[in-house]
Ligand binder design. Structure first.
Ligand SMILES: O=C(O)C1=C[C@@H](OP(=O)(O)O)[C@@H](O)[C@H](O)C1
Ligand SMILES: C=C(OP(=O)(O)O)C(=O)O
Length: 430
């Protein structure tokens, strides 16, 4: 769905190579995991440098509604766990992490918890999570539809146990169950049966964050995860910068032949955005990491990319935008599951890049993108933050691109337009 009443944002073209240092806010994925685990923990804790954007504010509100104490301090959120409360309503917005991570928490409530979200959220796959919770002993009324809205009927405890799911449509089905599993009476063992699970780094992130809090997790067998029941230890967490949100800024360096530096870039991380180092280098960038600062330099060449993005699907929109202005063809593979993201991202990218004169075809599991001269036009964002970012990236080198609903970027960045202006304002004035 697209907001046809939203104003058009004239995407600025780069008058010169960019030269900027971009400090990125916290990772959406780490923030929302840290908040859920803090709400389920054995005592209060701090989540430091959290992302404060729509998806994480929805998570804060959901956990507050379910009984956690939430206090926002300078650069931190203090979370005080409490008994999970029923007779509550949770707004998921369009956040996959809220709609997949919070129902397993609500299953611990004493009473009903109703879930609903944006109109577009009602299209995102949920049935696997709901069916799994039923197998683990939870009663849920979804009217037989397997999507939002639905009601989780908590009884104050969840038996837990063994469940087999098909998580090929989203790794979040696995992560959501794992995060609450230590609080279920028998813990949880998940077996995946189906095509490969996408976004493995995000599952690794879930497992690592559980272990950091003293939870016993066995992931030694492929496609099986076992979480033992037990306390979730409260830890003060430091949230890394959101490396996936680095993508449009780093892309600007590549496209304009400029330089972009991102401080606090972790040397080791489970974030999929870490793979931008390799992916952008393959597209022609000079990439270096020194003293925690990632530097990406454009060399004046943007090469096409042939890559399997199954593990790093959320990088696709920006990489597709780069590929659309590359000098050689690209194949982006392994990303059929993007059809269930904020919007059908494969259809949306093909439609919007082609709308500017591009040459993109959808394949069964991705996109084939061939070089073509692009022209001015409207780039629709379909309420998808990363589509809007892709439009901004194209606008750097294609004069006259207007991005519809740039405000949708607030899903994971409080002020993307401001950051984008600062990026361009930092051009050397030579
Ligand atoms: O667990 C997470 O934090 C995420 C997992 C991934 O979901 P999918 O596995 O559905 O792609 C990713 O695309 C999303 O942006 C965030
Ligand atoms: C797929 C994404 O988000 P969500 O967490 O809503 O699934 C994304 O941010 O690219």
């Amino acid at each position: 769905m697209t907001d046809t009443t939203a104003p058009l944002w004239p995407a600025p073209t780069a008058a010169a190579p960019v030269d900027a240092t971009v400090a990125l806010p916290g990772s959406k994925s780490i923030t929302n995991r840290a908040l859920v685990l803090a709400a389920l923990a054995d005592r209060p804790s701090l989540v430091r440098y959290p992302l404060l954007a729509r998806d994480t504010r929805l998570m804060l509100e959901a956990l507050r509604t379910l009984g956690a104490g939430i206090e926002t301090e300078a650069d931190a959120v203090r979370v005080t766990p409490g008994p999970v409360r029923g007779d509550a309503a949770v707004d998921t917005g369009l956040a996959g992490t809220v709609m997949r991570f919070v129902p397993p928490v609500a299953a611990l409530a004493s009473g009903d918890v109703r879930f609903d979200g944006d109109a577009q959220a009602r299209l995102r796959p949920m049935g696997t999570v709901l069916d799994a919770l039923r197998v683990l002993g939870v009663s849920i009324d979804d009217g037989g539809r397997g999507v939002l809205p639905f009601t989780v009927a908590g009884t104050g405890a969840v038996p837990g146990g063994d469940v087999t799911i098909d998580a090929s449509a989203s790794s979040q089905f696995v992560s959501g169950l794992l995060l609450s599993a230590p609080r279920y009476d028998k813990g949880v063992t998940i077996h995946h049966d189906g095509r490969p699970v996408p976004s493995q780094p995000h599952i690794d992130m879930t497992v690592a964050m559980l272990r950091e809090r003293g939870v016993e997790v066995d992931d030694a067998t492929a496609n099986t995860w076992r979480v033992e029941p037990g306390a979730v230890r409260a830890v003060d967490a430091v949230v890394e910068p959101d490396l996936s949100n680095a993508a449009p800024f780093l892309a600007a360096a590549l496209l304009t032949g400029g330089t972009v530096r991102v401080p606090r870039w972790p040397s080791a991380t489970t974030q999929p955005g870490a793979q931008l180092r390799d992916l952008l280098a393959r597209m022609g960038a000079g990439v270096s990491l020194d003293d925690g600062v990632l530097t990406v330099r454009g060399t004046g060449t943007v090469l096409g990319l042939d890559a399997d993005l199954h593990d790093v699907g959320e990088l696709t929109p920006v990489l597709a935008a780069l590929a659309a202005v590359a000098s050689t063809p690209s194949r982006l593979r392994g990303i059929a599951h993007l059809r269930g993201h904020e919007t059908d991202r494969l259809a949306a990218l093909a439609a919007e890049i082609n709308g500017l004169g591009g040459d993109v075809t959808e394949t069964e599991d991705g996109l084939a993108i061939r070089p073509a001269p692009l022209r001015a036009g409207v780039f629709r964002s379909y309420a998808d933050h990363r589509m809007a970012q892709a439009g901004a990236v194209l606008g750097l080198v294609v004069p006259g691109v207007e991005v519809e609903d740039i405000a949708t970027t607030s899903k994971t960045l409080a002020d993307f337009p401001g950051m984008w202006s600062a990026l361009l304002g930092a051009e050397p004035t030579a």
